[in-house]
Design a protein around this ligand. Sequence first.
Ligand code: TYD
Ligand code: MG
Length: 432
Amino acid sequence: MAKQRTVFVCQQCGAESPKWMGRCSQCGEWNSMVEARFAASEETERILSSTRPQKLSQIKITTQKRIKTGIKEFDLVLGQGIVPGSVILIAGEPGIGKSTLMLQLAAEIDNCLYVSGEESVQQIKTRAQRLESESQKTLFLAETNVEAICAQIKELKPKLFIIDSIQTSWTSDLTGTAGSVGQIRESTSKFLKLAKRENIPAFLVGHVTKTGTIAGPKILEHMVDTVVYFEGEKFSSARLLRVNKNRFGATDEVGVFEMTDKGLSEVTNPSRLFLRQRVKKVPGSVVVATMEGTRPVLVEVQALVAPTSLAIPRRISQGIDSRRLQLISAVLSKQLKFPLATFDIYVNVVGGIKIEEPGSDLGVALAIISSFKNFPLDSKIVCFGEIGLLGEIRIVSQAEKRKKEAKKLGFTTIISPEKFAFINQAMKEIFK
Ligand code: TYD
Ligand code: MG
């Protein structure tokens, strides 16, 4: 068979070129040319003739049994296990623990094929020894060529296959190097077809960079069935598994793990993990009841308010959006008449967790007030609530779940929107 012809297609206007160009000659867009394979017309015809339109009444529903991973947090996130034939992208920053997670998963499943393009089989063995999970049933392969990998999968018919990572995979159909947008897309498309045809589920590992967008797994998100982000701060031990897209389940579940010296361990009570090192009776510390997916989690929010030497004071936040911090400090300046313009404010969410919901606003505000007044909060206080521009404390979702979790962990005073309508009322009451 003659070698497939490849072309470079502009992702903006669709113009084709036989050569790669930094700028599309048609629309002038920069960096938009991506290598693509020219499908032979024969192949297209075959695809066209293989499917027929059907009426709803003709369509049979076959409920497939999901494969349990044996890792509870993982099953929870995927929606009760892996759907046969589905392709799941595991995305995360380098070094966060994707390979560790995949290796632990592989050990739990009979007849799994783990393909690594980043490590040799010896390195994998050393890692498995360290994890003390030397599964006898998992097969390992160090290979990067997509055709070679697919041939092995067709022959072995594993129950599941893992590609670590998609950035190291390359297909002989394209001339570009592994990791280029064209290669990543074409490789994924081949693994997808194989997974669907053979009904074997697949995990694709993808690295994301700090900015998250460039030539990484972002371009694959619409191709795969499920996208799972593995996140956390590299230097703290908490790791969160968050679903971003799921064709077979909900996207609001979050799995919590802890990185230990023996690999990842499941965390069934995240609040205990995040409050483990809490120092009580210190100004600037507040416990917040937040939601991670459908689960309530208690975390400690710390604030430090210190006199500034700058014309424009610093507003630095870790774990919450810095714009949110600016808004809260503006509200406190205006409504409580705090002279915050002459103070730097630092806010940190302990444990490397990121809070995205506004329910943490009240906690941030109370931590700032506590640090500013140099007045510690009672250690039995938990709070939640959104802060509006007028200084009002607004109702947030799942209040009952948050309260229940707080009570379970021994907190007795709950500061919520039901108790105080405005931040100045809450301040007068708490800091009296
Ligand atoms: P790894 O799974 O290689 O990350 P990724 O595949 O996402 O790039 O994880 C690497 C980090 O995890 C590394 O910094 C060491 C740490 N680690 C542990 O803390 N404990 C362990 O048991 C293992 C295997 C790794
Ligand atoms: Mg890795």
